[in-house]
Every structure is written in structure tokens, then in C-alpha cells.
Design a protein around this ligand. Structure first.
Ligand code: ADP
Length: 445
């Protein structure tokens, strides 16, 4: 500031000096005064030009090119430039933070939609786009209620009670492939809303399966229990002779056995689901497994059939399999047991273990029994799914056998295969991968 006053005074002083000199022999004082005014005017004009340059640069936003050197305007331009740079840095940082925030919302496994106070879409992530079929260019600033027309959601939106979520069908929902979404709105800011959507199809399916499972188990247990209770009542209330008593006790024992088998199978399934995967370093001789399986088969066949069934067991390529012997024996016996139970005595059953060329091995059970219609095949491994309900029950089936086999196969990295022709017979097989098979027994040290 002092410099400005000084330069203004110097400018006027020089001009006054020049006026004095030019007015020699005239009125020197008047000349000096006039020239001092002119000098002041020139200084102010020059100053105004610099101020105007700064203003023009500011108006154009070209703050970087502002270069007014020293002096008041130089300092003002310099400070403005620094302020603008600091502001730009802040804006870049804020933009970065916003982008990070949006990237985090993009990465969310849930759908996220930001709605303004009118319910118009301001932003949504890719998951929400998939859930509702939104297009970023087409649907931005559209009213959410116009794009999602589910009546359940419309009622939820209308009631404006967002304490709970609403479940609605997702995009591409169909009766064969249901898609369920849970949608929850949360208010924030001034009338704005955050909408969260979650695909709950798998959760709903698991819940439906759990309900079905409980209903099936209850039903399976109630039937023998009712029969047992009936016999107990008969034994208590009727005067029976020894022969009748023995017959009733035999029937009661059958029902108790049925419940026991069911509970054993249920426990086996829950063990398979909850226990760690079978070991890969424990090797079991296939010959031993097959011998045990053959023994169980003969025991079962002699209980179920009066005349012996035509059964054959063969092992092509003695080897060892790694895993759990209890689980493997249970799976193999289940398949052989099914063949025995569903194949009439005059038909044949062939059980084999074959080494595969690529290093794996296949256990298969082939029968010439009634076979299974194609529409049932995909569902056979579902719990309690039976094609022939009465035949299954009469022969002590629980409807859980193939579910157990499938689990055991999966846990050993193997695959359960089913091929069947109605009237001709069926082939059930478990194919083990090469990693689970060892051709030659390692000699123990
Ligand atoms: P179950 O205890 O009823 O035998 P599974 O899960 O072992 O239950 O088998 C499911 C259904 O598959 C059986 O109820 C039966 O209808 C059918 N099934 C299984 N094995 C055979 C087979 N070898 N021949 C014909 N049907 C079979």
C-alpha cells in the first residue's frame, strides 16, 4: 500500500516538476498543479487497466494465466490463484472420495438405489440394475414407482411405513424359475430415500425345503407311530391268545424297525452335511468293500425274497479308493439294496467295480427290474422322493437312500449316474476320479 501511495506521489511530483519547467516565464504554480492532476490521472488510468485485466481473467475463469507482476493487483491475482488452486485440490479430493464411495456401493452384493424427494431415481448400482432391469441412460430421473409396478411394492410405497421390507418377484421371475427380492426403503436427508434390494431366492428355497423336510419327517414317523399305538391299545384292551399276541408283537417290531431305519438314515444325512470332507490319505481296499457289500446284499435278499435272486459281483482291476469306508460302504449298499428291493426274483442284478482307462474307477449296479420313467430320474436324489411309494415302504425304504448316495459321491469328488428304461431295468453308478484311486497297494514298511 505504501508503495502505491509512494508511486502515486512520485508520478504526481514528476508531472508537477514537468509542469513547472514547461510553464517557465508563465504561471509556474498553475502549470505544476495542472500537470500534477494529469500525472494522477495517468497513474489511476494505468491502475484501472490492471484491475480490469484481472477482472477479465476472473470472468473467463483463466485464473492460471493471470500474471500481473508485483504491486497490489499482482498480489491480489496471486492470492486468488492460490485460493483457486486450493479449492481445485479440495474438489479433486472430494470427487475421489465420492468415486470411492460409489465404487463401494457398486461392489455391494445388494442393490442400492438413491431416490430424490419425489421418488425419482438419482443413482443405482449394477446389482439394482440387474434386480429391476434398469438402464442407466434410460431410467435415470424416472419415477421408481413408474418402473417397478408390483402391487405389493406399490402398497408399501403408498403406506410410507418403511420399518419393514417388502418381498416382491424379481425380474425374469417365472413359475419354473422363481426369483424373489426383498426391498427395503430407508429415509434420509430432506425427503430422500435409500432403497436396498436383496435377492432372497436361495433363502426362500432353503426355507421351503426346510418346511417340506420337517413335514416329511413328521409324516414318515407318524405313520409307524400310529400303527404301533393301535397295536399297543389292542394288546391292552383285548384278551388275545399267545399266537395272536406273537403276531401283533411281530408287526409292532416291524414298525419300530422302520422308525429306526428312518432315524439312522436321517442321522447319516446330517453327519454327511455337517462333518469335514472324507480323508484323501486313507486308502481302502476295493476287494474288502465289495466283499462286505456282497455279504449285506445276500442278507437283505434272503430276508425279502423266498427264492434266491440272480446276483453277480465282479471286480475288474483290484485297487484302493481313498475316503471314508463307512460312507462308501453305505452308498454302495444303498444302491445294491435298491436293486434287490425293486428287482423281482426272476430278474438279474450285476454289481461291478471297473478301472477306467484315464485312471478313475466306476462302481455300478445293473438290474433288469421295473426301470424308472425319465420324468422321475432328475428327482430321485431328492429327500423322500419315491416313484413307487408302497413298494418302497413295504421293503423298508425311507426315501433317503439315493440322497445319501449323492452326498457320499459328492464328498468323494465322484459322480452319481442313473440310466434307466421302464420295463427293462436300471443302471446306478458312482464314478470316482483318478485322484481317489490307487492301482497297486503300497507295501507297509
Ligand atoms: P427308497 O428308500 O424309497 O428306496 P431311494 O432314495 O433309495 O429311496 O430311492 C428313491 C426311489 O427311486 C425309490 O423309491 C424307487 O422308486 C426308485 N428306485 C431306486 N432304485 C431303483 C431301482 N433299482 N429300480 C427301480 N426303482 C428304483
Amino acid at each position: 500500500m505504501l508503495w502505491r501511495l509512494f508511486s502515486f506521489a512520485v508520478c504526481q511530483g514528476l508531472a508537477a516538476g514537468a509542469g513547472w519547467y514547461l510553464a517557465l516565464d508563465g504561471d509556474e504554480w498553475l502549470g505544476s498543479l495542472a500537470m500534477a492532476l494529469v500525472g494522477g490521472y495517468v497513474w489511476l488510468s494505468f491502475d484501472a487497466v490492471r484491475g480490469a485485466r484481472l477482472l477479465r481473467w476472473l470472468r473467463k475463469g483463466e485464473t492460471d494465466s493471470v500474471a500481473l507482476g508485483s504491486g497490489l493487483w499482482g498480489e491480489v491475482s496471486d492470492r486468488i490463484r492460490r485460493l483457486v488452486r486450493a479449492h481445485d485440490r479440495l474438489a479433486v479430493e472430494s470427487e475421489g472420495r465420492l468415486q470411492d464411495f460409489l465404487a463401494a456401493l457398486q461392489a455391494s452384493p445388494n442393490g442400492v438405489v438413491l431416490l430424490d424427494s419425489q421418488g425419482r431415481i438419482e443413482w443405482f448400482n449394477q446389482t439394482a440394475a440387474t434386480h429391476f432391469g434398469f438402464d442407466a441412460r434410460r431410467d435415470m430421473l424416472q419415477h421408481f414407482g413408474n418402473l417397478v409396478r408390483d402391487p405389493g411394492f406399490a402398497a408399501y410405497w403408498g403406506a410410507r411405513d418403511f420399518r419393514h421390507d417388502v418381498v416382491m418377484p424379481g425380474r425374469n421371475n417365472s413359475s419354473s424359475k422363481p426369483v424373489k427380492l426383498s426391498v427395503h426403503l430407508h429415509s434420509y436427508g430432506e425427503g430422500r430415500s435409500l432403497l436396498l434390494s436383496r435377492d432372497i431366492t436361495a433363502v426362500e428355497q432353503a426355507e421351503a425345503m426346510r418346511r417340506d423336510f420337517v413335514a416329511n419327517v413328521s409324516h414318515e414317523i407318524r405313520t409307524p407311530l400310529t400303527v404301533l399305538a393301535g397295536f399297543v391299545e389292542t394288546l391292552q384292551s383285548l384278551p388275545l391268545n399267545d399266537e395272536e399276541r406273537q403276531r401283533y408283537l411281530g408287526l409292532m417290531s416291524q414298525q419300530a424297525q422302520r422308525m429306526q431305519t428312518l432315524v439312522t438314515d436321517l442321522l447319516m444325512l446330517s453327519r454327511l452335511e455337517g462333518s469335514p470332507l472324507p480323508p484323501t490319505q486313507e486308502w481302502i481296499s476295493v476287494g474288502t468293500l465289495m466283499a462286505q457289500c456282497q455279504q449285506d446284499a445276500h442278507d437283505l435278499s434272503s430276508v425279502l425274497w423266498t427264492c434266491p435272486q440272480d446276483m453277480g459281483f465282479a471286480v475288474e482291476g483290484e485297487c484302493e479308493v481313498s475316503g471314508s469306508s463307512t460312507e462308501l460302504l453305505s452308498a454302495m449298499s444303498n444302491l445294491v439294496g435298491n436293486a434287490i428291493r425293486y428287482t423281482p426274483a426272476d430278474k438279474t442284478i450285476r454289481v461291478s467295480w471297473k478301472a477306467m482307462p484315464e485312471g478313475g474307477a466306476r462302481f455300478s449296479v445293473q438290474d433288469t427290474g421295473p426301470g424308472i420313467a425319465p420324468e422321475h430320474i432328475a428327482r430321485l436324489t431328492e429327500r423322500f422322493y419315491r416313484v413307487d411309494r408302497s413298494r418302497s415302504r413295504d421293503t423298508g425304504g425311507t426315501g433317503l437312500g439315493l440322497a445319501i448316495v449323492k452326498h457320499v459321491a459328492q464328498r468323494h469328488g465322484a459322480e452319481l449316474g442313473i440310466t434307466s428304461t421302464p420295463g427293462k431295468g436300471s443302471i446306478f453308478s458312482i464314478t470316482f476320479p483318478a485322484q481317489r484311486i490307487r492301482r497297486h497297494r503300497v507295501a507297509l514298511a
